[in-house]
Design a protein around this ligand. Sequence first.
Ligand SMILES: [Zn+2]
Length: 477
Amino acid sequence: MRTLITNGTVVNADGSFRADVLIEDELIAAVGLSGDRSESGQALGALSGALSGEAVDRTIDAAGRWVIPGGIDPHTHMDLPFGGTSSKDDFETGTRAAAFGGTTTILDFAVQTKGEALRPGLETWMAKAEGACAIDYGFHMIMGDVNDATLKEMDQLVEDGVTDFKLFTAYPGVFLSDDGAIFSAMRQTAENGGLILMHAENGVAIDIVANANAAAGLTDPYYHGVSRMPVFEGECVNRVIRFAEAAEVPVYIVHLSSRDALEEVVRGRDRGAMAFAETCPQYLFLSLDDMDNGFEGAKFVCSPPLRPADHQEDLWRGLVRDDLQTVGTDHCPFDFEGQKDLGKDDFRKIPNGLPGVEERMDLVFQGVVNGRMTRERWVEVTSTAAARIFGLAGRKGAIAPGYDADIVVYDPEKKHVLSASTHHMNVDYSCYEGMEVQGHSEIVLSRGRVIVEDGEYRGSKGHGRFLKREVAREYLR
Ligand SMILES: [Zn+2]
């Protein structure tokens, strides 16, 4: 099967140019410069001359469109048990929704059950995803127990393509690891070439404030937000980056939400720490104000929580300046009716998590529309940087010969309205209900196959494959 995408503008993290893209089976076979050559930057591996003479099975006319590498969402939770229920999207519905939004790879989190080894947890999540996914997927490993046996297991997981480990300073009694456990896991990972991911909020301190608020009768969802103070995130981000410096291991802060945390990442990076961080669309677009609306606020309960609106500008700036490298969603949807209402009388019982896997590319694109970031930086933070950090460089994250043909034909002009009535995520509300955005994923290909076109799903469950990832240490210095 040969497909040619003609007349479009290829947008890569390192430059944009008019080019034809030839796909052979699952891979990009050639990129041929066309039109007025380079608009900006380099055309890595590109041939000069259009490819319009090639014999192909299908031609896609991308005139007026951009041809971008498919999005990589480095942070999703499909089918995750949490707080007595499970996130509503499974790997089938969640990856299909991701595809509609122009994302062609997700990295999800396998969970170690306390008291068990890592491997059974990974196998449980592998089984959930196997045969279900519309797009390619990989796993991070959440470590609940750090001990001699699990430390040894980490090395084997890295060999098997699960190259990073997430630990928590939050959720005492559930996921929380103490300083010793975190530092031990970091030292082990420094040896095996992997990466440490941290949910960095001080869960012990948060619980003291949350319990005091609840005891005082302040039980609305809003108090979930105010209890988890930004300073508790800043404190932990500093602590885990310092530990990582001592262990000489790269560390990646997931879902960074506040100015306090960002400042610690900047300070760490300025010292030369191998510190990286991801933010999420909800922290760029939503705020504590959205939670201040009675129980409606439960729609916005996630951890870390939404912050006062004045943090948003700092996060955008961090994203543009590469203090933040990626945008993940932390997609973890719970229905408003039947799931979020578990915490009707007590914010501490509301399942933590928001939907968002479908909206990520378009939301971050608003930064291009309003002139905050270049289109190349948009591609970098939504795809290329995650490929580098998570061991997918050379396969994902760029339009170049030899790469997987994960490609989005993106219409940068088309406007549409975000709504639960039109989205494809399996959840009964949208955090962005009624919001108009500019930019739309028109045609989406996963490894050479068109999976979304004309607003219809053309893919199939089981097309998506498990990605055995490489260690990426050369990108993590
Ligand atoms: Zn998460």
